[in-house]
Design a protein around this ligand. Structure first.
Ligand code: NAD
Ligand code: UD1
Length: 336
């Protein structure tokens, strides 16, 4: 099968490319390199012995999309492309609505016109908002607390309407919990621009000496050690969830939301302790005020993915941290 991966040179996309190529599928990537490096392609080739087709282009540009759909017989699209920094989305909301929402509508219109009506979309646990109590399940009400989250929710809602309007569409909205880790080869991994916003890349850069100390955002939450609890999931498990979604998409006519999480919660201090043990490095930290918009505990109810996709996460926290550390210590400056 030939699949189009928008945003395929990014963190989650590149790991999904590897899983698909290793199963013998063909992959076409469309990415504007806004938050990724073209060097990913060489690394993917080193891992799989194959290189995906790559088109440098923008999902907001209809000509770029038409060229891809005309040149390639695409079976289904996995739509990763988007901007993803919550803080930045508060500062430049219009860029987020344009890139994520308008770009997605342009993509879906092009898919419809080229009669490609199978789609897996990168949604997020952020659509559960701040009022639901974990474990979060797919039937709970959704809401958003920032422009980034709004874009994910809007795109999910657009896809629900699209599937209602035309029964030929098969759409799976995958709601990711907290992806971390890297490919076991240490050749591809997360490569954030500037100072990382998310916990794991921040801790990894403290361990490698690029950042001086971690700020732990709050130790007075109603959790076992007072620090925030999240459902961390290995990016390779997540990538395999996309493969399962593509395999099962024909059985899922309509639009369906499915969580990709482990169902387990881990605190910030547990992450720090595990990272220290795995890396053998000190991780200096200080307790800082809570970060605006954070909630105490977020973890998934993971049954729907098991039933609908025959998928469950296999890799434990130790593997997630070992692989993060291998990637970070082999590539202290990312792909540069
Ligand atoms: P990433 O930034 O590494 O990858 C996104 C890719 O999309 C990048 O390569 C970027 O260059 C590309 N891109 C952005 N705008 C584009 C455009 N207009 N046209 C073409 N390409 C464009 O991010 P990621 O962590 O791999 O996330 C992939 C998807 O999953 C995103 O939609 C993100 O919102 C979603 N998601 C990520 C997380 C997470 O923690 N990483 C959690 C939940 C959901
Ligand atoms: C954040 C986003 C969320 C997005 C997710 C994955 C916010 C408010 N939420 O979620 O929308 O879907 O990333 O990209 O930004 N922490 C520290 N110090 C740090 C960084 C984080 O203590 O330097 C803590 C946080 O308070 C939290 C935990 O670590 O308790 C995880 O944080 P993070 O990795 O940013 O993920 P989320 O908060 O789940």
């Amino acid at each position: 099968m030939k699949y189009l991966l928008t945003g395929g040179t990014g963190y989650i996309g590149s790991h999904t490319v590897v899983e698909l190529l290793e199963l013998g599928h063909e992959v076409v990537i469309l990415d504007n390199l806004a938050n990724s490096s073209v060097k990913v392609l060489e690394r993917v080739e080193k891992i799989c012995g194959k290189r995906p087709a790559f088109v440098e282009g923008n999902i907001c540009n209809r000509d770029d999309l038409d060229k891809v759909f005309t040149a390639h017989q695409i079976e289904a699209v996995v739509h990763f492309a988007g901007l993803k920094a919550v803080g930045e989305s508060n500062q430049i909301p219009l860029s987020y609505y344009h890139n994520n929402v308008s770009g997605s509508v342009t993509l879906f219109q092009a898919m419809s016109d080229h009669n490609v009506k199978k789609l897996v979309f990168s949604s997020s646990a952020t659509v559960y908002g701040e009022n639901n109590v974990s474990p979060l399940d797919e039937s709970m009400p959704t809401s958003a607390t920032n422009p980034y989250g709004q874009t994910k929710l809007m795109i999910e809602n657009i896809l629900v309407d699209l599937a209602k309007s035309d029964s030929d569409w098969s759409i799976i909205n995958l709601r990711y919990f907290n992806p971390i880790g890297a490919h076991a080869s240490g050749l591809i991994g997360e490569n954030p621009n500037g100072i990382p916003n998310n916990l794991l890349p921040y801790v990894a850069q403290v361990a490698v000496g690029r950042l001086a100390e971690l700020n732990v955002f709050g130790d007075d939450y109603d959790t076992p050690d007072g620090t925030g609890v999240r459902d961390y999931i290995h990016v390779v498990d997540l990538a395999q969830g996309h493969v399962k979604a593509l395999e099962k998409i024909d059985a899922h006519n309509g639009c369906h939301a499915i969580n990709l999480g482990t169902g387990n919660g881990t605190s910030v201090l547990q992450i720090v302790e595990s990272f220290k043990r795995v890396s053998g490095r000190d991780i200096p930290f200080k307790i800082a005020p809570r970060r605006a918009g954070d909630i105490a505990t977020v973890f998934a109810h993971a049954d729907k993915a098991a039933k609908a996709l025959n998928w469950q996460a296999k890799l434990d926290l130790n593997a997630m941290i070992e692989d993060t550390w291998r990637w970070q210590s082999n590539n202290p400056n990312g792909y540069e």
